[in-house]
Ligand binder design. Structure first.
Ligand code: HEM
Ligand SMILES: [Cu+2]
Length: 476
């Protein structure tokens, strides 16, 4: 078997991800256990834990997906090494600030820190300021990282070429790998999202310094433009990686064509307006935007998901697929994306949202495509790259067992969220009052399933880790 050395930057990202993920999972299990009524002494920690878990998970999987996409990109364009180093340093600094404000200051405004809550909570003002500083460092770092990657792409492809427009005119020269197309779309959306984050943060600082209050509706629009877009594009970056790697296991190419180009260009337009579905309950939001939100939410599912899922099925169908830990995780990752996506489309229907809004249905669907979607894709890529560099012997049966543990744990855990949501249990309740007392037993089962997932993940991380160690000695 031929080996290909891994980049030391990717190896650092793997270490960061695999250190933070289990800690953040433990916070999740802690929350479900408190909700089950098992450890009431820790109740005061529920909301700080929820905040750290939410921001931490979104951040970790976003940077991990960026790291994978950058690693794939480096096969096609030249990346400046200093860019990757800056991304690592800025992210670590942001995480340290985040840990400080939550663990020392008990900052607890939730992952999207909806205005004006950060300035009105029980926590000390310094912790809110530290939280905002943490997001500023992270946002600025990721902004530069995204622009830097776009710049690197632009040295080889013009913007039109990177978006595949020449395919629409019937030309296929220069050949555009789908991973570069999807990464370009994601990075452009990311730049837009991060600009919006900068405006939100600037308005928070303005209020801190001058007492000038902001318009709550404007702040909510900006916040969700940022949050919805960032989470979606993190998923797309993972999908870009699948487009690049799955063909290697299927022994068939997965090429850019007109349908792929039209789909991902449509995604770029639609992903920016779908966020209106987060404001259905805001009666002051102009009515027309609500309708745009529903239509765009439906429409965003078709090009990206349907085209990708069909593409992946065609790729695998009757191919001599080489199934190993990586290709299984890629395939299951796309499946998880699709299942969570269906949950999202259901919830983005206005008449349904009137019932499901802010029930546990919401964490149900996004955990499906974040854990069994994005995290699976990223872990698959991490394994793929380390194994490619280390070429250790693979134990098929044991790896299948790991997949079963993680999949069963994850879906059992999601199912408890979906069922609780369908039975009207609200999200973000530390303790369930008697009217929704049934929420507690769902929470107890969820904690058990999540523990099963954690066991599967730790064993999988050990398998990756053995190859990571071997890859380190030959890293470039
Ligand atoms: C097995 C792993 C995980 C467990 C056990 C877990 C558990 C939980 C729990 C119990 C909640 C609170 C639900 C509520 O009552 O509202 C929550 C919220 C959340 N989780 Fe996870 N989670 C996991 C993985 C992830 C991943 C991979 C991500 C994202 C990439 C994520 C992102 C979030 C976010 C954004 C929130 C919302 C926080 C808020 O409302 O401010 N989680 N999670
Ligand atoms: Cu959304």
């Amino acid at each position: 078997m031929t080996t290909r050395p891994a980049s030391s930057q990717l190896l650092i990202w793997i270490a960061i991800t695999f250190l933070l993920f289990p800690v953040l999972i433990l916070l999740g299990i802690l929350m479900r256990s408190i909700q089950a009524g098992e450890i009431s002494a820790l109740q005061p920690w529920f909301y700080p834990a929820m905040t750290l878990h939410g921001v931490g998970m979104v951040g970790v999987w976003y940077v991990a997906a960026m790291a994978c996409a950058a690693d794939v990109l480096s096969r096609h364009v030249t990346l400046p090494p200093a860019l990757g180093r800056l991304a690592i340093a800025g992210t670590v600094l942001g995480v340290v600030l985040l840990l400080a404000c939550v663990l020392l200051g008990r900052f607890a405004a939730g992952w999207y820190f909806l205005y004006p809550l950060p300035l009105k909570g029980e926590w000390p003002l310094w912790s809110a300021v530290t939280f905002l500083l943490s997001l500023t460092v992270l946002g600025a770092t990721w902004f530069i990282w995204s622009l830097g990657l776009l710049w690197a792409i632009s040295r080889r492809f013009s913007l039109g070429q990177a978006l595949g427009w020449h395919y629409l005119a019937g030309r296929t020269d220069p050949v555009l790998p789908p991973s570069v197309l999807i990464t370009t779309v994601s990075l452009i959306a990311g730049v837009a999202a991060l600009v919006s984050a900068v405006i939100v943060l600037a308005l928070f600082y303005l209020e801190l310094l001058t007492g000038q209050a902001s318009d709550a509706l404007l702040m909510k629009n900006l916040t969700f433009f940022f949050g919805h877009t960032l989470v979606n594009l993190a998923m797309y970056l993972g999908v870009a990686v699948a487009y690049e790697i799955l063909p290697e296991y299927a022994g068939r190419p997965w090429k850019t064509n007109k349908i792929v180009v039209v789909s991902w260009n449509t995604v770029l337009l639609i992903v920016l307006v779908a966020y209106f579905h987060h404001l259905y309950m805001d009666f002051v939001q102009p009515g027309i935007l609500q309708y745009i939100g529903q239509v765009a939410s439906y429409a965003s599912a078709i090009p990206a998901a349907v085209v990708t899922i069909f593409g992946a099925l065609l790729l695998v169908y009757r191919s001599r697929m080489r199934w190993n830990l990586a290709s299984l995780l890629f395939f299951l990752g796309l499946v998880g994306w699709a299942i969570g996506g269906v949950g999202a489309v259901i919830d983005s229907t206005i008449s349904v949202n009137a019932r499901l809004h802010n029930t546990l249905w919401v964490p149900a669907h996004f955990h499906t495509y974040m854990v069994a979607g994005l995290a699976f894709l990223v872990i698959g890529y991490f394994y793929h790259r380390c194994q490619e560099a280390a070429a250790l012997r693979e134990s098929k049966g044991y790896h299948q067992l790991l997949i079963v543990l993680m999949t069963a744990g994850a879906y059992g855990f999601f199912l408890m969220f979906y069922l609780a949501g369908a039975f009207s249990v609200p999200r973000r309740f530390a303790v369930y009052p008697v009217e929704i007392g049934h929420g507690a037993s769902f929470a107890g089962w969820a904690a058990l399933f999540a523990t099963l997932f954690l066991v599967g993940f730790v064993l999988t991380a050990t398998e990756v880790g053995r190859r990571w160690r071997a890859a380190l000695s030959s890293a470039t």
